[in-house]
Design a binder for this molecule. Sequence first.
Ligand SMILES: Nc1ncnc2c1ncn2[C@@H]1O[C@H](COP(=O)(O)OP(=O)(O)OP(=O)(O)O)[C@@H](O)[C@H]1O
Length: 251
Amino acid sequence: MAHLTVSNISKSFAGLPVLVEQSLEVQEGEFVALLGPSGCGKSTLLQIINGLVSADSGRVVLDGKDITGRTGSGRGMVFQGSDLFPWRTALENVAFGLEVMGVSKAERTRRAMHYLHMVGLDGAADKWPHQLSGGMQQRVGIARAFCIQPSLLLMDEPFGALDVQTRDILQDELVRIWEAERKMVLFVTHGIEEALYLADRILVFSKRPAHVLKEITVPFERPRREDMKLAPEFLELRREISDLLRHDIKA
Ligand SMILES: Nc1ncnc2c1ncn2[C@@H]1O[C@H](COP(=O)(O)OP(=O)(O)OP(=O)(O)O)[C@@H](O)[C@H]1O
């Protein structure tokens, strides 16, 4: 059964403590948002879970396997900016992980086309990254992360650099794809509305060094729909989280 356990992670950069004994868990089929102010250490935590940054102490266990300090194996990552290979087409970018895994060309093309279709980019398979808009590049990044069928998806403000309209559209697409696939997701954001719209559970982080101020189980049913953002309960929770963060930043 899919499961992520992160225990007692600490990390300092040049003596500056960013994470102190941070722990969290993600259950199978759960979408968890890490919400917190800029610079609190959310990305660092995600990168430690992905093995891109090493922790000073603590453990990361995915599906029963200790993966502390190791990259690859079971995790897909989507970053804020596009990190596509410029010398590969959209299709080749999406298929990259499968290529590394030694999947045959026919099979990886089939799977990559499936995920390109899911993000609405069938027609762009042979385009180069520079021929794609920022939103399209993020779609390719999302398709690439899903394509390796990871146990855990790590998303670091994937829509942070996009205009509001494109971000709303991509949030909807992510909700739709995720509801079909139900992978474990850790999604870093500083958007309260984004966290409430996408996640099952929100961990609200303090300013640096990050600790969890509050854990919120999002009460809204799935499938999620755009109009829920106007519901009184949604607005009330949004205000509550906003007050919590503002209070913490001022303290
Ligand atoms: N490689 C590094 N070397 C030195 N300091 C770093 C490094 N990476 C991050 N930091 C510092 O650690 C702190 C946390 O950074 P991090 O990127 O994890 O925050 P964040 O919560 O993701 O912020 P944002 O939302 O702005 O991306 C910041 O003060 C940052 O300057």
